[in-house]
Design a protein. Structure first.
Lengths: 271, 272, 263
């Protein structure tokens, strides 16, 4: 194929994409125009212009300020996420053969799952100070219950016939856990991780809002106290970008680890 | 469940009763142990870090007697309820409007789904900046937090209504209003409830978080104010009230859901 | 004889999406008529547009071409908006799936048509009860559909249509997914109920024995696009013994003739 012809085809693909998404592009333009219109109407003091936010975002990234605060928030979210997830994913496996213990723990777990965990933020700040530790503790606590219940549902939803088949085929208890239960529960664990991920970042940001001296939540709070709406928008955009990127990462990991699943994602829909 | 439960089913009723007693006893033991650990924690860490459980109890009685507790609880419930109604209204209305406008739905769906990922709590300072320090910023926060789960549940529910049931109803002579009331409404109810189960506890939590940051009333305010005064007992008491409030709302919803959606096979099996 | 329901030159193809090839004809040039009080069975290969045919007669789907006439009413062609589903309750439709409302109990499902038609009174309620007894559902009235077996659900959906007494009833392989024993029982029930009222029934099936055992007349459809491949009057005298009919000499002769036509 000659290069010129390929270019024409690519041009067609691009215009084709633009054409099929014309409604969505129109909505985006309307949203941006509405935003800009609002900032003209109310003044930059109340609503920063989209262009102003883009410039500040770019400058913030260049100067390293935004990166520094983002990395604090990200570090808190990530550390809390890992500390909360690991015991939450392991515990149901340990409890699999102990239905009575599971039943005893159940009301406490349900209570922990339903309780307003962000309301504990002041407590964690009291215990661990205004630094990174209090945020990690809050995030870990939040994430734990979400992942615990999705892992538990994964183990419960497991096909008993598969386990019996493996036992009949002579698999040991360890083998059953390793080859049947774990792979069967992984999709559910991932569903839990996918749900918990935005909570971990949100939790870190909320704790920072309440009391901190760095991080994106702190940045949002500081700038809004200084009536710097453009600055608040920039920090918010950074938070959204982090959530978006983390989402992509979890989805990517899930697709890599769960290649065996049929494309119509039945498990995820059931959750 | 697994093989262990099957053996229980095979055993006689006495074994099942024994098992229930063991579970209830275990739960009481765990609860006592938790309070005991709490007490030890209070004794070792000191009252600047962990409040004494008995003093928390005394405080609870005291603010209940003085009326302070009811005032704060009322405030928190009031703000959560108004915010909840606002969020629910738009969350239910929008899918019904969008149902009739498929082209608009396709155009705005990616933006709605993208905005789900925005951490709403991070918007509080902006809301305070824009809407002042009265109810408005809290209502915006609660409204947004309630809107999304309700919207998503109803949206999915409307897409999932079985067209064959609608056709059947038409053939036997049901009017369109009748179909909306009978088929669509009933088919949507479980989805609506699954949205509510997320949204309603969330509304109360959001009210409490909002009160941390703005206002001078409500349980959230009581917690944060106590913390700032280094009144650890007060903070603990507030947190316990907040947790109890959310858990009560939660279990009330679960109970109503079971009643209203009794026809669903899954609930039946879970209840058995 | 006067034809109650007449289908002439019927054709159907589903709407094509932009930029794709035209979708094939499902039905083309299909013509037949149904007399009042007749039990007509229709046999055709699976995927042959039989359900689509009934959907069009019941007016929940639209013909692309041709004519469907019920008494003086002509169904609209290519105009989904002016369809009249069920033609003011004159055409009942027992679909392939039972389509019971999962949030209504067995009895409430049976009463549903009466309720929406505003005909719920002591007389019709008693009729519903007697139908429930007639098909052996007594004692199950207050159970939800998911608590009933497949056969019971089928019976419920059958008497849900019988209860409001439409002059014509369409049946789309109603007994297709049932086990042989339940099917025989239900065929028996249906014969009994039909003998009481002598309704006009259009019954679709892919089972040749069922078509012969139940019908006054059988129409055999061709492969897609569907048209009439053959027509057979069934003169086996009624009342028929559903279980013993296989040994009737006329049955065997009919069976062989029809099987030759069903490709």
């Amino acid at each position: 194929m000659s290069p010129a012809r390929a270019e024409v085809l690519e041009g067609n693909a691009v215009t084709g994409w633009l054409y099929s998404h014309r409604d969505q592009i129109l909505v985006l333009l309307i949203l941006l125009a509405g935003w800009h219109g609002l900032s003209l109407l109310l003044g930059v003091y109340w609503v920063g212009t989209p262009w102003g936010v883009a410039v500040r975002l770019y400058n913030g990234l260049l100067s390293g300020e935004l990166i520094r605060h983002s990395s604090y928030t990200l570090a808190e979210a990530l550390a809390g996420f890992v500390i909360g997830c690991i015991p939450a994913a392991i515990l149901p496996f340990l409890l699999r053969r102990l239905p009575i213990v599971t039943a005893i723990l159940d009301p406490f777990m349900v209570g922990g799952y339903g309780s307003p965990k962000l309301a504990l933020a002041p407590l964690f700040i009291l215990w661990f100070g205004i630094g990174i530790e209090s945020k990690i503790a809050l995030v870990a606590f939040t994430v734990f219950f979400i992942v615990y219940f999705s892992t538990l549902s994964g183990i419960r939803a497991l096909d008993t016939k598969l386990v019996l088949m493996a036992e009949v085929a002579g698999a040991s208890e360890a083998n059953v856990a390793r080859y049947i239960i774990f792979p069967g529960a992984v999709p559910h664990i991932f569903t839990g991780l996918r749900i918990a991920m935005p909570y971990s970042i949100g939790g870190a940001v909320v704790a920072e809002l309440i009391s901190a001296n760095r991080g994106l939540g702190y940045l949002i709070q500081l700038r809004s106290m200084n009536f710097d709406t453009t600055g608040v928008f920039v920090a918010l955009t950074a938070v959204c970008l982090i959530v978006f990127i983390c989402n992509l990462l979890v989805n990517f990991l899930e697709r890599r680890l769960l290649k065996w699943r049929p494309p119509s994602d039945v498990t995820a829909q059931k959750e | 469940m697994n093989a262990a439960t099957d053996t229980f089913a095979a055993d006689d009723a006495a074994a099942a009763r024994n098992r229930k007693i063991i579970i209830r006893g275990g739960q009481v033991a765990v609860a006592v142990a938790l309070i005991w650990i709490w007490k030890i924690g209070a004794d070792t860490a000191g009252e600047l870090f962990v409040a004494d459980p008995f003093k928390v109890w005394d405080r609870l009685i005291k603010i209940a007697m003085s009326g302070e507790l009811w005032m704060h609880t009322y405030e928190t419930l009031r703000i959560s309820f108004i915010g909840f109604v606002i969020g629910c209204f738009f969350g239910v209305l929008m899918p019904f409007v969008l149902r009739r406008l498929p082209r608009l739905t396709d155009a705005i769906e990616p933006y709605i789904m993208a905005s789900v990922g925005v951490p709403k709590y991070a918007l509080i300072p902006l809301f305070i900046l824009w809407f002042g320090i009265k109810d408005a910023p809290k209502l915006w926060l609660i409204g947004l937090l309630v809107f999304y789960p309700v919207f998503i549940a109803i949206f999915a529910g409307i897409r999932g209504v079985d067209g064959r049931l609608i056709n059947m109803a038409r053939v036997v002579g049901a009017s369109e209003t009748r179909i909306s009331r009978e088929v669509i409404w009933n088919a949507l109810l479980p989805f609506f409830f699954s949205g509510l189960k997320i949204a309603l506890p969330r509304a109360v939590s959001a009210a409490i978080i909002g009160e941390f940051l703005v206002g001078n009333k409500g349980i959230g305010y009581y917690i944060e104010h106590s913390r700032q005064q280094m009144d650890v007992t007060g903070a603990f008491t507030g947190i316990i009230v907040a947790t109890a409030l959310v858990l009560i709302v939660n279990s009330a919803l679960v109970y109503i859901d079971k009643r209203v959606n009794a026809w669903r096979p899954t609930d039946r099996h879970m209840a058995v | 004889m006067s034809a109650l329901l007449e289908v002439r030159g019927l054709a159907k193809r589903f709407a094509t999406r932009a930029g794709r090839e035209q979708s094939p004809w499902i039905i083309q040039g299909l013509s037949f008529s149904v007399n009042e009080g007749e039990f007509l069975t229709i046999i055709g290969p699976s995927g042959g547009g039989k359900t689509t045919l009934l959907n069009m007669i019941a007016q929940i789907d639209c013909a692309t071409d041709g004519e469907i006439r019920f008494q003086s009413n002509v169904a609209p062609v290519n105009d989904m908006k002016s369809l009249k589903p069920g033609l003011d309750c004159q055409i009942g439709y027992v679909t392939q799936e039972d389509n019971l409302l999962p949030w209504r109990t067995c009895l409430d499902n049976v009463l549903f048509p009466l309720q929406v038609q505003g005909k719920l009174n002591d007389e019709t309620k008693a009729r519903a009860q007697s139908l429930i007894r007639a098909v052996g559902l007594a004692g199950w009235e207050n159970h939800y559909p998911h608590e009933l077996s497949g056969g019971m659900r089928k019976r419920t959906s059958l008497i849900r249509t019988l209860v409001y007494d439409p002059p014509v009833i369409l049946m789309d392989e109603p007994f297709g997914a049932l086990d042989a024993q339940t099917r025989l029982q239900l065929q028996d029930d249906l014969m009994r109920l039909w003998n009481l009222g002598k309704k006009t029934i259009v019954f679709i099936t892919h089972d040749i024995s069922e078509a012969i055992a139940l019908g006054d007349r059988t129409i055999v459809l061709t492969r897609q696009p569907s048209a009439v491949a053959g027509e057979h009057a069934i003169t086996i005298p009624r009342p028929r013994d559903i279980r013993g009919i296989m040994t009737h000499p006329e049955f065997i002769e009919l069976y062989n003739r029809i099987r030759a036509q069903v490709q």
